[in-house]
Ligand binder design. Structure first.
Ligand SMILES: *Cc1c(COP(=O)(O)O)cnc(C)c1O
Length: 228
């Protein structure tokens, strides 16, 4: 199958998932998760019509950006973020998916203010309580939101999660539902709008869409198996 066909198939599967639960497919953005994917491949998928891409590593992102400057890509940052790398993202990514601690909020605030912007972010939640993964633990979510809401140059648009891997994607459903509930609770508690839920990857994005995902982050299914 060609690259554009692979893209169309994923979009079609998103549409079907939306149809099953009565959602408008326009509500769901497909993000190409392009860690380890070379710039020429990103360029071809752009040619197929994909516009939103997400990178995990700042150095790798900056390198690719040099080769892709001429394209009108909507870049997101989806990986674990060290505070000392935040400055490189300012003005280069529209959305940071991985705000997960106060020190990072502090740094984003500082850098965004300095560059005269309001940085849009998602708060990443560690739903499985996995030590090796990023994300704020659910019990600390409220206080991180409260903290970040006081930062004038940060705008929280919603939540993101990478749930534990399960062979059967249906077993991930409760995690996706949980993220949606946490979002609903925060909206009520703080009287704010959190329109985005970034959840679902290659093997479980349809379940995520059924549970309310507005951004699905797909790598392998579009770009093939990663080499490392
Ligand atoms: C790699 C990655 C993805 C995509 O994973 P696939 O299983 O290859 O679709 C999505 N989100 C994040 C944060 C990732 O690091």
């Amino acid at each position: 199958m060609g690259e554009c066909d692979r893209l169309q198939e994923v979009l079609e599967r998103i549409r079907s998932a939306c149809e099953r639960v009565g959602r408008d497919p326009e509500e769901v953005t497909l993000l190409g998760a392009t860690k380890t994917v070379p710039p020429e491949v990103i360029r071809r998928f752009y040619g197929c019509g994909l516009r939103v891409f997400g990178e995990n590593r700042v150095q790798e992102f900056l390198k690719k950006l040099e080769f892709l400057r001429d394209l009108d890509i909507d870049w997101h940052f989806i990986g674990r973020l060290q505070t000392n790398k935040v400055k490189y993202l300012m003005g280069r990514v529209s959305l940071i998916h991985s705000l997960d601690r106060e020190s990072l909020a502090e740094e984003i605030q500082k850098r965004a203010e300095r560059s005269g912007r309001v940085q849009e972010v998602l708060i990443e939640v560690n739903l499985g309580g996995e030590e090796t993964k990023g994300g704020v633990m659910p019990e600390n979510l409220k206080s991180l939101v409260e903290y970040s809401l006081r930062k004038p140059n940060i705008k929280i648009l919603g939540l993101m999660a990478i749930p534990p891997y399960r062979e059967d994607p249906d077993e991930v459903r409760p995690y996706f539902a949980k993220l949606r509930e946490l979002r609903d609770d925060l909206e009520r508690e703080f009287g704010i709008q959190l329109p985005h839920l970034s959840m679902g990857m290659s093997h479980d994005f349809e379940v995520a869409v059924e549970e309310g995902a507005t951004i699905v982050r797909v790598g392998t299914l579009l770009f093939g198996e990663r080499k490392y």
